[in-house]
Design a protein around this ligand. Structure first.
Ligand code: CA
Length: 222
């Protein structure tokens, strides 16, 4: 899952990025409002964290303009503003939630998870052959045996499984699992793909993660 933080206080932005990456999110930061809106409108994000007071364009204005294009992607405001009127105004503008500074990271994380919780009709449990991935408990099984994955391995597998049957381009994988500043040319995806194949001890009959030469990878049942 990919999150955009629009926050002009460098310390807070860095702290959040690091914390969320440790939770296996891919995170991009914009420290200025106009750039924030431009990135938000790229459609690449599963959730936006918006500061209220920003140079260039306020969080409220970003929210208002973003909502004209996208009514679905959750938005959480991070702000020192905390009067009732302002809270209501923020929510009326289209934000899904609101957290006041200073906040505890754990609380913000839970609020993010609430927003990203699978909606009814969505699935928390995905399967790929005899592999089962549960995005709620963050567990993965092969048959009934739990397989321990690192955060990035989990994120990569989740991305592939969510796109099961579709060829996933390398650039899209990098954007989703890592972030936009990542060096595209490294062989990091291959390293992680190999680690996954090894951890699941995929045999020829269980060739669930296939290489599409020159393009990327595809998760499919064989
Ligand atoms: Ca600010």
């Amino acid at each position: 899952m990919r999150i955009l933080i629009v926050e002009d206080e460098h310390g807070i932005a860095t702290f959040l990025k690091q914390g969320l990456e440790e939770e296996s999110f891919a995170v991009d930061v914009a420290e200025e409002g106009k750039m924030g809106l431009q990135l938000a409108l790229s459609g690449e994000y599963d959730l936006l964290l918006l500061d209220w007071m920003l140079p260039g364009l306020s969080g409220i204005e970003i929210c208002r303009q973003f909502r004209k294009e996208d009514s679905e992607t959750p938005i959480i405001f991070l702000t020192a503003k905390d009067t009732l009127d302002e809270t209501i105004f923020g929510l009326q503008t289209g934000a899904n939630d609101y957290i006041k500074k200073p906040f505890h990271f754990e609380e913000l994380l839970e609020r993010i998870k609430v927003q990203l919780r699978p909606k009814s009709g969505d699935h928390a449990i995905f399967t790929l052959g005899n592999i089962t991935l549960n995005t709620t408990t963050h567990q993965v099984f092969k048959l009934n045996e739990e397989v321990n994955l690192t955060l990035k391995e989990f994120a990569l597998l989740e991305y592939l499984i969510r796109n099961k049957g579709t060829v996933c381009r390398r650039s899209r994988i990098i954007e989703s699992v890592w972030d936009i500043h990542f060096d595209y040319n490294t062989g990091v995806i291959d390293v992680y793909i190999n680690a996954l194949r090894k951890k699941f001890m995929l045999t020829e009959e269980e060739n669930y993660i296939q290489t599409v030469r020159g393009v990327g990878y595809i998760a499919k049942e064989v």
